[in-house]
Design a protein around this ligand. Structure first.
Ligand code: 5AD
Ligand code: SF4
Length: 365
């Protein structure tokens, strides 16, 4: 029996084990890791896939992350803001199509108008779905009070990526000013947990200067922070960003970034077992079969974009973001086919809470 097989038999892996697995190069060993991750998914979640209908509600952002296409200083962005009616119409479509949950995402804004807008919107979303539609927010760093206000009117999951658990890497991705602070982001994750949200985070994979040791530390960070949901994907260059220009010829190959992305999904599944893990759009951005491969490597969440047609192209976080010309219905049908081809089953009309979160709640009772 080889070393990989021995490691995969263990109940609890050590950091050294994770390092050996992530550094595995032989195709058959890598495949074995993916198969093990799929087995762990079957044991802990089943062959189930949950959809989150993703609505990108606006691309104005007060931040200036050096990698992101909708950063404040990208002068080429054409701004858009969905109206309340447009968002409600998308939410209704999602609800009527049996997706039990939506995710609202936007560039970061903290102004009072925005906070109120979201609060009122949440009340309306609950109304149009008889309180049934689950709501995940991905609206960046906010104050404790704002997070609480949104939670009190029905948001119950929040995604806030740490981008990298390594503070030095985080600092190379962001301008060095108080608005972009690694500690603040960790505090936000703790606030969200305290309020009662299911908390999601994630990292970018294949960043300049990032090692496999850093990536394994990211998985240990998820554990330490008791994270319920994980959304992570490969870093993709965007031509109109400082990092996109600086690293144009230096970033690791597309194939390697996809492989690392899949290995991260697989190792996170094997190590943390019962968390929700998304096969992200960025993975598909680099590999047309990326999401299917993600499901095979242990992911159980897909987030098809339901942003209305007119605005999709303006939400370009990175080059060639997939699906921007499909309408929501085409995306859904495409995904339905892919999920079945993998051997998974789409679960409709169920929020699909992270089993990790559900278990914690049970223990409290
Ligand atoms: N490549 C990959 N992911 C990106 N994101 C933003 N820009 C990029 C990029 N160039 C991701 C970040 C952010 C999320 C909204 O999108 O992880 O948290
Ligand atoms: Fe804004 Fe998020 Fe892009 Fe940073 S990653 S610029 S916070 S949208």
């Amino acid at each position: 029996m080889n070393n990989i097989e021995e490691i995969l038999k263990k109940k609890k892996l050590t950091k050294e084990d994770l390092l050996i697995l992530i550094n595995t190069e032989k195709a058959e060993d890598i495949d074995r890791i993916y198969r093990k991750a799929y087995e762990v998914k079957l044991e802990n979640i089943g062959n189930k896939v949950y959809y989150r209908g993703l609505i990108e509600i606006g691309n104005k952002c007060i931040k200036n992350c050096l990698y992101c296409g909708i950063r404040r200083e990208n002068k080429k962005i054409e701004f858009f803001e969905m109206t309340r009616e447009e968002i409600l119409e998308s939410a209704k479509w999602i609800y009527e199509n049996g997706f039990a949950s939506i995710a609202l995402q936007a560039g970061e804004r903290k102004d009072e108008d925005f906070v109120n807008f979201i609060e009122e919107l949440l009340i309306d979303i609950k109304k149009i779905s008889n309180n049934k539609l689950g709501v995940t927010l991905s609206l960046g760093e906010q104050t404790y009070e704002t997070y609480k206000r949104w939670y009190d009117v029905g948001a119950h999951r929040y995604l806030l990526r740490i981008e990298s658990s390594n503070k030095d890497i985080y600092n190379t991705l962001h301008p060095s000013d108080p608005l972009h602070n690694h500690d603040t982001r960790i505090e936000c994750l703790m606030d969200l947990r305290k309020i009662g949200y299911q908390v999601g985070t994630g990292v970018m994979i294949g960043l300049p200067g990032q090692t496999t040791n850093d990536l394994v530390d990211d998985i240990l960070f998820y554990e330490k922070m008791d994270i319920d949901m994980i959304g992570m994907g490969p870093y993709i260059l965007h031509d109109d960003t400082p990092m996109g220009i600086k690293y144009k010829n230096e970033v690791i190959s597309v194939e390697k970034r996809v492989e690392l992305g899949l290995k991260m999904i697989a190792l996170t599944r094997i190590y943390l077992k019962d968390v929700n893990i998304a096969a992200t759009t960025a993975l598909q951005g680099l590999d047309p079969m990326g999401r299917e491969k993600g499901l095979k490597a242990g992911a159980n969440i897909l987030m098809p974009t339901a942003t209305i047609e007119e605005h999709k192209a303006k939400y370009q976080l990175y080059n060639d973001k997939p699906g921007i010309s499909d309408n929501a219905r085409e995306s859904k049908e495409y995904l339905d086919r892919s999920v079945k081809a993998v051997g998974d089953q789409i679960i409709y009309d169920d929020w699909g809470d992270s089993p990790h979160f559900r278990k914690k709640k049970m223990e409290e009772i």
